[in-house]
Design a protein around this ligand. Structure first.
Ligand code: SF4
Length: 369
């Protein structure tokens, strides 16, 4: 593998081919790869690293799918199954301070909740806490809500937007290739349907993210194929904000064996993503899954976003995630600064937050102090 060849390609503005991405993955020159990816990240975002004050709400873990890799879900009546009432959800939303920018809401596919539960939830939050941007529902949930509403995909998305949906996260993508999906989540919508839902969301004006669950049964080629599908959709719609590689957490799942990903694999994945997904504005180092220290190092391997304060993360922690369940805003900014980058607080859709200084009307839209 020649970094020189790939570097030349990048300098001349040529796109990396899937074969280039596989070669980068197979290389052991982790520092060479990091340098290339960091240079590309700096071209796109300077030394800025974004973060958001956010809170997670997972309204239920009862799910009709029961994907084999998912330690979060339960069947109804099973030990550990829970469902929040509307009051529970509103109470959690009410705990967000005035500076919280984003509510991240995803959960299981509940067998009994009607479509109106979801529109009432969005509407209830927006009417009580209009400052909160609601980023909610994976493409898998949107597909399920479409079945519940009976309205078809486009009208379902529009009904959710009318009720208060502001953007969508990127979950449920796992690995988009059907061969891998059959092994880890045969009940889940196909990769093609995931793409179809995202296309419809983008066309309806929603920004979304895109994830990739890696480190289970997939091959490097499956990862690159996954990223290629995302790159193609992004060429078409421009609707993705961030790509978020999610390291597989093996504990408490129904998959045989499996181990945690290595730091080498995590960093290579961030770097290859930064170089291959040339049309994605942001690559996220999700500290909840990577662990705080690897996420910090990932900021020198092409990542320019660290997600946020999170608060009450359940999904990764039920799979044995050992990172904290929340992070103070100051700790997050400090972590970024100590990596030699400039922390920038953003809102849910990556606009820098304008922070009013107490003594003047001037605003600081860039550096977090
Ligand atoms: S990954 Fe999502 S769809 Fe699959 S079982 Fe877990 S909550 Fe349900």
């Amino acid at each position: 593998m020649s970094f020189r060849r790939i570097e030349k390609k990048l300098i001349s503005g040529k796109r990396l081919s899937p074969q280039d991405a596989v070669e980068l993955y197979r290389s052991d020159d982790i520092f060479g790869l990091g340098l290339l990816a960091d240079a590309r990240a700096r071209e796109l975002n300077g030394d800025r690293v974004y973060f958001v004050r956010n809170r997670h709400i997972n309204p239920t873990n009862i799910c009709i799918n029961r994907c084999r890799f998912c330690a979060f879900s339960r069947s109804r009546g099973e030990d550990g199954a829970y469902e929040m009432t509307m009051d529970d959800i509103m109470r959690r939303a009410s705990e967000c301070g005035p500076d919280t920018r984003e509510l991240h809401i995803v959960g299981g596919l509940h067998p009994d909740w009607p479509f109106s539960f979801y529109t009432d939830m969005l509407g209830g939050i927006k009417s009580r806490f209009p400052h909160l941007h609601i980023k909610a529902f994976t493409a898998v949930e949107i597909d399920y809500l479409t079945k519940l509403s009976g309205l078809g995909l486009r009208k379902t998305i529009n009904a959710l937007i009318d009720a208060g949906l502001g953007s969508m996260p990127g979950g449920g993508a796992e690995i988009l290739g059907q061969g891998v999906r059959r092994k880890i989540c045969p009940e889940k919508v196909s990769g093609a349907r995931w793409i179809e839902v995202m296309r419809a969301a983008h066309k309806a004006g929603l920004k979304t993210n895109a994830t990739m669950l890696y480190g289970h049964v997939e091959k490097i080629e499956d990862r690159v194929d996954h990223m290629l599908k995302l790159r193609e959709l992004q060429d078409e719609t421009g609707g993705f904000n961030a790509f978020i590689p999610l390291a597989y957490q093996p504990e408490n799942t129904r998959m045989d064996g499996g181990s945690r990903t290595s730091a080498f694999d995590d960093l290579k994945t961030i770097a290859v993503a930064r170089l291959f997904l040339d049309n994605f504005p942001h690559i996220k180092a999700y500290w909840v899954m990577l662990g705080v220290k690897i996420a910090q190092i990932a900021l020198s391997f092409g990542a320019d976003d660290m997600d946020g304060t999170v608060i009450e993360e359940k999904i990764a922690h039920m799979a044995g995630g050992s990172s904290p369940e929340a992070m103070e805003i100051g700790a997050l900014a400090d972590l970024i600064r100590r990596a030699g980058k400039t922390p920038v607080e953003r809102n849910a859709v990556y606009n820098p937050v304008e922070r009013k200084r107490s003594t003047t009307t001037a605003t600081d839209s860039r550096a977090y102090e």
